[in-house]
Design a binder for this molecule. Structure first.
Ligand SMILES: [Zn+2]
Length: 187
């Protein structure tokens, strides 16, 4: 395993090669990708080769949350984004049934010595499913998220294009999910 201290020393030296000083925070292809935090997903998965091309917003499960909504609003209204691509993936840790969500909060409770009722306010949620927002079918979840974004009252007037994709973590394929801006389709 690579020593993180060694890697950080390398990062500190990267600025000698830096050729992006004229970039602004506005992405060149006017695109924001909402994807999962999973470590198997990196920017090259989307064909991103250089800084300044796209905005990447990440959370567990590639969900539209209060915070990803906030980021998308900034991306659209301040950074001229007009295309949003939602990318979920196979083997996603965000796929959790109620039992798995209960097990997760039980683990947190056990390690922290706090009750479930004491933990939920940290997540600003009234119950365990609302706290972790587990889902069963990643394709349906991605399509639902894309649909919600495309019809969102704060985005709709700007005619934002929204796409849904699934990244296969075992084959490396990035496949379009059958979602179009105004229709919800299933394979
Ligand atoms: Zn994931």
């Amino acid at each position: 395993m690579l020593d993180i201290e060694e890697r950080m020393k390398k990062w500190q030296k990267l600025h000698y090669l830096f050729t992006y000083k004229d970039l602004t925070g506005k992405p060149k292809i006017k695109t924001a990708i909402l994807t999962c935090m999973d470590c198997r997903i990196i920017s090259s998965v989307f064909g991103v080769e250089e800084p300044g091309e796209v905005i990447i917003i990440r959370n567990a499960g590639a969900l539209l949350t209060e915070d990803s909504l906030r980021s998308l609003l900034i991306a659209i209204y301040e950074l001229d984004v007009r295309i949003i691509i939602v990318v979920g993936h196979t083997q996603c840790g965000g796929c959790m049934d109620p039992t798995q969500m209960n097990n997760l909060i039980a683990k947190i409770s056990e390690k922290t010595g706090r009750t479930v009722q004491e933990i939920l306010p940290f997540l600003n949620a009234p119950n365990v499913p609302a706290a972790f927002r587990g889902f069963i079918d990643v394709r349906k979840q991605v399509q639902k998220t894309a649909k919600t974004i495309s019809r969102h009252p704060l985005f709709a007037p700007l005619e934002i294009k929204v796409y849904a994709y699934i990244y296969n973590t075992t084959t490396g394929e990035l496949l379009r999910s059958l979602y179009e801006t105004s229709d919800l389709l299933y394979e």
